[in-house]
Design a protein around this ligand. Structure first.
Ligand SMILES: *Cc1c(COP(=O)(O)O)cnc(C)c1O
Length: 395
């Protein structure tokens, strides 16, 4: 079928999409409506932790679909309980609330912090967040985000999110008042351009939070679930946060997210929090399969090793073409181009033939790599080879 025959006019415009309709996916590969294949180093924006159409996820989905789709969030179901326990067993947290998207989990974190502030901190409600951060597209999470221009598009904002600078502890301390209830950040800023919070900064934030009785909240929607080579990125800095949100990778491609907290922070009362699809067995069964695979012996060591391999290869390209270097953790990495050729590279990579390459440029001078965590070294080599070809052409 030719692209012109697809009824694209019925979709609301929200962004410029290439004239492609993807029809199939397997592992690190996608196929479009013409049968052309693409090596996918975007994976739905770090969502498909186990690649496209992972066998374990398919089995969990099929099995659960035949058993029970939705008893109502007001009742317990087995997959919801199993996944919650997998998460508490494998993290420093004690309590889990499931939601459907990263933004919704972050909304939950904001509500939980405000509730805790009302109960334990004299109604303190302000959450200090970081410049250039990204926390989602609802009104509150847009207000919490430090993305340029987002303060005005849908004004007025939700108040209560003063902005500090990532990796500048003094800029955080300066904003603390008796209205402050918490500090929230991404352990590695994803949309902001793959900028890791330093270990010292994370530890400093923990100390500040302890000193001023604040909640330390990590948004691990992008960094969590194995992406950074540890199950959760907070582990890299040796601190334990009070609240964590998960999204993207936790569902491996299906709509699932989670809000986790320490036992003494869980302050919701009946009716404070909920949602029609929260903890539905279909999605939590898939999440359970994802967690099982991520925590299988050796899996995360392999992610770490491949992250290191990707790092080395990006440094080879850096040397070869005089680029600005690379950064990131695990399999969330960026190549600093030094010139604003990111969008052009993304487009030309996609248009390569016979196979295309899917890349992402969160900033014009930067490429971000978010392959499936089970990507192979051969696929990393192939991606690097294709990128080398493009860089040669542009040089
Ligand atoms: C993607 C992302 C979100 C938003 O998740 P959605 O599922 O799109 O709502 C929030 N925080 C971070 C760090 C993200 O990368």
């Amino acid at each position: 079928m030719a692209f012109a025959e697809f009824p694209v006019q019925s979709l609301m415009y929200i962004t410029n999409r290439p004239e492609l309709v993807f029809t199939e996916g397997k592992g690190s590969w996608l196929t479009d409506h013409n049968g052309k294949r693409y090596l996918d180093f975007v994976q739905g924006w770090a969502v498909n932790a186990l690649g496209h159409s992972n066998e374990g996820m398919i089995q969990a989905l099929e099995k659960q679909a035949r058993k029970l789709l939705n008893p109502s969030p007001a009742f317990y179901n087995e997959p919801m309980l199993k996944l919650a326990q997998q998460l508490t067993d494998n993290s420093c947290f004690d309590k889990v609330f499931f939601a459907n998207s990263g933004a919704e989990a972050n909304e939950g974190a904001i509500k939980l912090a405000r509730k805790w502030g009302r109960k334990h901190k004299n109604g303190a409600y302000e959450i200090i967040t970081m410049d250039h951060s990204f926390h989602g597209r609802t009104l509150a999470t847009m207000s919490a985000s430090g993305k340029a221009g987002w303060d005005t598009i849908f004004a007025p904002q939700v108040p209560g999110f003063p902005k500090a600078e990532l990796n500048d502890l003094a800029s955080v301390e300066k904003l603390i008042t008796d209205k402050t209830v918490g500090i929230m950040l991404e352990p590695v800023q994803g949309e902001g351009g793959v900028i890791p919070a330093t270990r010292e900064f994370m530890q400093g934030l923990r100390a500040l939070a302890d000193k001023h009785k604040l909640l330390f909240i990590v948004d691990e929607v992008q960094t969590g679930c194995g992406r950074c080579g540890t199950l959760f990125a907070y582990e890299l800095s040796g601190v334990e946060p009070d609240i964590m949100t998960l999204g993207k990778g936790i569902g491996g491609g299906v709509p699932l997210s989670a809000l986790l907290c320490k036992a003494d922070v869980a302050s919701f009362e009946a009716g404070d929090q909920g949602g029609t699809y929260n903890g539905n067995p279909l999605m939590t069964a898939v999440g359970s399969s994802v967690m099982e695979q991520l925590t299988a012996p050796g899996f995360l060591d392999d992610v770490k090793a491949k992250g290191e391999y990707l790092r080395e290869q990006l440094l080879v390209l850096t040397k070869e073409f005089g680029l600005g270097g690379e950064r990131g953790e695990g399999l969330l990495r960026a190549l600093v181009l030094g010139k604003d050729i990111g969008p052009q590279l993304v487009e030309e990579a996609r248009e390569m033939s016979p196979v295309g390459l899917l890349l992402n440029a969160p900033r014009p001078n930067l490429l971000r790599f978010m392959p499936a965590l089970n990507v192979t070294r051969e696929e990393i080599d192939q991606m690097i080879g294709m990128l080398r070809e493009l860089l040669k052409k542009l040089a």
